[in-house]
Write a protein that binds this ligand. Structure first.
Ligand code: MG
Length: 268
């Protein structure tokens, strides 16, 4: 049985855009703060004060996990961590890739987005992975038009990974979003047996590909949260919250300062 999918009015989408702008502000600030020597815990503290200072609530706090509820505002996943990295006190080093996932609730509506940042110089193969994952997200977003099917998003994302030979993490997927952070439907980053449900105006989705330089297999570390690649290969993760409008996809997790290149589907 297919579970319920909620469609949002244009008024509700405007409210989600407020949450989305705050999330974009937080990720911008994280990009400014990221440097060798800063700790994930430092970044989390800054993000929490930004979110709470705006009168909002961090989406991730209190999410139930395998062992305990999540207690942080950000997930910070470094190198072979894929998602759900707990912000710790080990300083970040040059040469690492750092995925930062942020969520905020404004007046009951969620915004959810992630970027993978490169700290200092990394090999071309690493920056190519990060950039391809971003492009895959944008290709998926471009397919999010009324009348298309969910599987068209999945296929557009998968094609970018297949072309480059990257692993596509399968255990974690995109999702509907609204007054809950995780709503129906799921949005896989690979094709399924069918094109899936048709997308209507008002559907809001978090589209979030996770690619690896190796296998798609992942495991959860003993902390009950941190997801790492099983083979230790590097992983990248990008995410935007979008709304499907009559004019096509509208990215909600942006602000006035979001640079155009960040939203290009083509290589930059
Ligand atoms: Mg998400």
């Amino acid at each position: 049985m297919e579970r319920r999918v909620t469609l949002k009015s244009s008024h509700q989408i405007e409210r989600m855009a407020r949450a989305g702008r705050l999330v974009a502000d937080v990720l911008d600030r994280m990009g400014d703060e990221l440097a060798p020597g800063v700790t994930p815990a430092d970044l989390d503290a800054i993000a929490e004060s930004l979110i709470r200072g705006a009168g909002a609530v961090p989406s991730f706090v209190g999410v139930p996990g395998r062992l305990d509820d999540y207690r942080h505002s950000l997930c910070i996943s470094i190198d072979d961590m894929v998602v759900h990295g707990i912000p710790g006190r080990k300083p970040i080093s040059a040469g690492q890739i750092v995925s930062i996932d942020a969520g905020a609730i404004v007046d009951g509506w969620h915004g959810d987005a992630a970027r993978t940042f490169v700290v200092g110089d990394v090999p071309a193969a690493t920056s190519d992975l990060v950039e391809a994952t971003r492009r895959a997200m944008m290709a998926g977003i471009a397919a999010a038009v009324p009348g298309n099917h969910l599987g068209d998003i999945s296929g557009a994302i998968e094609d970018v990974a297949l072309e480059a030979g990257y692993g596509i993490v399968r255990s974690f997927v995109g999702h509907g979003i609204g007054t809950e952070m995780h709503e129906e439907p799921q949005v896989t980053n690979f094709r399924g047996p069918s094109r899936g449900r048709k997308m209507d105006v008002g559907l809001c989705l978090a589209i979030e590909p996770m690619f690896t330089l190796g296998s798609h297999e992942v495991r959860v570390q003993s902390d009950g949260w941190t997801v790492v690649t099983a083979d230790g290969s590097l992983a990248a993760h990008w995410e935007h919250t979008i709304a499907i409008t009559p004019d096509g996809p509208r990215i909600l997790t942006v602000n006035d300062r979001t640079p155009a290149w960040l939203l290009l589907e083509a290589p930059v």
